[in-house]
Write a protein that binds this ligand. Structure first.
Ligand code: COA
Length: 311
């Protein structure tokens, strides 16, 4: 039996920063941001809210959604590139807050982190090592943002999502996966000497357009499925143009792709989970639907999974 998602939760900080707010801060326009990225606004965590706080709230909700109590969690994996500090890990901080007693570690795979987390969880569940694994994707990128750099500041937002993985019924769960990394592209997206995000947008764009479509098709093939079997594409929410390119590679109609980038910007490791939860809340994902989750990020890293939805 495959590992699958049995509960999810998200947390979005309250404060909203719109494109019009940016017009007052830097040399940019709502029109530019909207047409080049699809982003209209993003949420920013409060000064007294750090990454572990956001992650904890999402984790609590996911565990509750799974119908479990924290003692039942056997492993905590937190995908983040914006930890409160280098150590203790965000995973250990969340473990303490939950009152859980299991092993806990962070995963650093930038915006592909949620997929890396799901795939790691799958290995532990399917090898019968652990029954329930909590995966959290969380970022407070606002603390790594250079607010004077219009090339990057407008792109990112804060948020958290979490999923509990466990064995699900025959034929459901994570059917296939692909993970990848290319360290030679590390120079295109990194934290600079001031601990601020630096990026070569054009290079990342080219990589992402190629990789998202390719990985989505690869995982469908690995699951013995065709493009037309995909009921819902849930791509990393970095830029609507990148997402659209992936959708077109799969020949999917617009309504079959999840889109939250306009509301939250790029929340890195949190974005795929947040988008998926919003589709679930809207009742758009049904039992036995085939979902393709696909992401890319700094590293460079990428990953995708095919899921047949349902417990
Ligand atoms: N407002 C106004 N102008 C801006 C701007 C902003 N916020 N940000 C950049 N520009 C300018 C640039 O300075 C450049 O000006 P120049 O030609 O005078 O130097 C111009 O816009 C066009 O730049 P270009 O690179 O052609 O824009 P683009 O259409 O490729 O869009 C990105 C830029 C960043 C939106 C796009 O490259 C992108 O999304 N890349 C991927 C980034 C990403 O997803 N990162 C996260 C990965 S997880």
């Amino acid at each position: 039996m495959n590992a699958g998602i049995i509960g999810m939760g998200k947390y979005i900080p309250e404060k909203v920063l719109t494109n019009f707010d940016f017009e007052k801060m830097i040399d940019t326009t709502d029109e530019w941001i909207r047409s080049r990225t699809g982003i209209e606004e993003r949420h920013i965590a409060a000064d007294d809210e750090d990454t572990s706080d956001l992650g904890f709230y999402a984790a609590q909700r996911a565990i509750e959604d799974a119908g479990l109590s924290p003692e039942k969690i056997d492993l905590i994996l937190v995908a983040t590139v914006s930890p409160d500090q280098a150590f203790p890990s965000v995973a250990c901080q969340i473990q303490e807050r939950l009152g859980a007693k299991c092993p806990a570690m962070d995963i650093s795979a930038a915006c592909a982190g949620f997929i890396y987390g799901l795939v790691t969880a799958k290995q532990f569940v399917e090898s019968n090592s652990y029954e329930n694994v909590l995966v959290v994707g969380v970022e407070k990128l606002s603390k790594l943002t250079n607010w004077e750099d219009r090339n990057t500041a407008v792109l990112f937002g804060d948020g958290a999502s979490a999923a509990v993985l466990s064995k699900v019924s025959e034929g459901r769960g994570i059917l296939s996966f692909e993970l990848g990394a290319d360290g030679t592209g590390g120079k295109y997206l990194y934290l600079d000497e001031n601990d601020q995000i630096a990026m070569n947008g054009r290079e990342v764009f080219k990589f992402a357009v190629r990789q998202m479509g390719e990985s989505a098709i690869n995982v469908l093939e690995k699951a013995g499925l065709q493009k037309e079997d995909c009921d819902f594409l849930i791509p990393h929410q970095a830029n609507i143009r990148i997402m659209e390119a992936a959708r077109e590679r799969l020949n999917l109609p617009e309504e079959k792709m999840s889109k939250t980038v306009h509301k939250y910007g790029n929340t890195s490791a949190a974005s795929i989970g947040i988008s998926m939860i919003e589709e679930l809340e809207a009742g758009k994902i049904k039992d036995d639907d085939i979902l393709v989750l696909v992401g890319f990020g700094g590293g460079l890293t990428w990953g995708a999974v095919t899921i047949r939805w349902g417990k």
